[in-house]
Write a protein that binds this ligand. Structure first.
Ligand SMILES: Nc1nc2c(c(=O)[nH]1)N[C@H]1C(S)=C(S)[C@@H](COP(=O)(O)O)O[C@H]1N2
Ligand SMILES: [Mo]
Length: 256
């Protein structure tokens, strides 16, 4: 589905169900254990999410393309270099000391260097990235399925969401972050990618590690991922709505 259709469908879904988007957000914490459903949305958005998940079931795969479909140019968007002193020193080091840590509501806190991540089984996928700013591009990503990392750290039963903390900050010093429901961490196309189009990720595209969360809009695909935190509720993290752009009004469940 192209971006216009995705937006139209989202408008349709919103229109047909009514978006009480000003309602207070409940956070991840009001879920019962048995439900797969992310609790961060308000009621109308929950309905939208339910309908969207009904149209495209949660485990359905995003369309995958072939090598010949790969876009000649994959634009980069948002922050294209974290520009901090800390990040600059990682760049100088070829990211040899970069670690991605998994913390929070898990049995075994763990962290991986890039070398360690690259030794794990990888997955390659050629998918289309759709940015709400009106562009799309097809790229070939290689990375580690996030589900494999989850199986190693063993989320506790009260872990409802995974929060991705990034290395970049905006002009006001606010950090970029994103989040997803725990069950989406296990989607086979949810990967921590370190390669784009046969090369190590470059800085504009999120070096050394970025999330690919296929079937979701571009802003959900966090770049420069440093830390993954498993939480019960998104309240108290950033502006409390589950992501940098969500805190500025974008939907948390940006399914396409
Ligand atoms: N850390 C971080 N991740 C981010 C962003 C950002 O500014 N910072 N921008 C988002 C947006 S809006 C898009 S469309 C994609 C762009 O990814 P690309 O630069 O590889 O094209 O990254 C997303 N992830
Ligand atoms: Mo975007």
């Amino acid at each position: 589905m192209n971006i216009e259709n995705a937006i139209k469908r989202r408008q349709f879904l919103k229109g047909s169900l009514g978006a009480a988007s000003l309602a207070a957000l409940a956070g991840c914490d009001n879920l019962t254990q048995s439900t797969w459903f992310p609790g961060v949305l308000n009621k109308a958005e929950r309905l939208t999410d339910l309908v969207q998940r009904a149209i495209t079931p949660a485990n359905a795969l995003a369309k995958e393309y072939t090598d010949s479909d790969v876009s000649a140019i994959f634009p980069s968007n948002g922050n294209t270099n974290p520009g901090t002193v800390d990040y600059a020193s990682h760049v100088e080091n070829d990211f040899a000391k970069w670690q991605v840590e998994v913390v929070g509501l898990i049995q075994t806190p763990m962290s991986w260097s890039l070398t360690a991540l690259k030794e794990l089984p990888s997955r390659a996928q050629i998918t289309r990235h759709d940015c709400v700013e009106g562009w799309s591009a097809i790229g070939k990503w290689v990375g580690v399925p996030l589900g494999d990392l989850m199986r190693r750290v063993q989320p506790l039963p009260n872990a409802k969401c995974a929060v991705f903390h990034c290395a970049d900050i905006d002009d006001e010093g606010i950090s970029y972050y994103e989040s997803m429901a725990i069950q989406d961490c296990y989607h086979p196309q949810t990967i921590l990618a370190y390669e784009l189009n046969g090369k190590l990720l470059d800085i504009p595209h999120g070096a050394p590690l970025r999330l690919r969360f296929e079937r979701q809009l571009g802003y959900k695909h966090a770049k420069y991922v440093m830390r993954i935190e498993l939480v019960e509720s998104l309240i108290g993290i950033g502006g409390g709505k589950g992501g940098y752009w969500e805190d500025r009004g974008y939907e948390w469940y940006a399914g396409i």
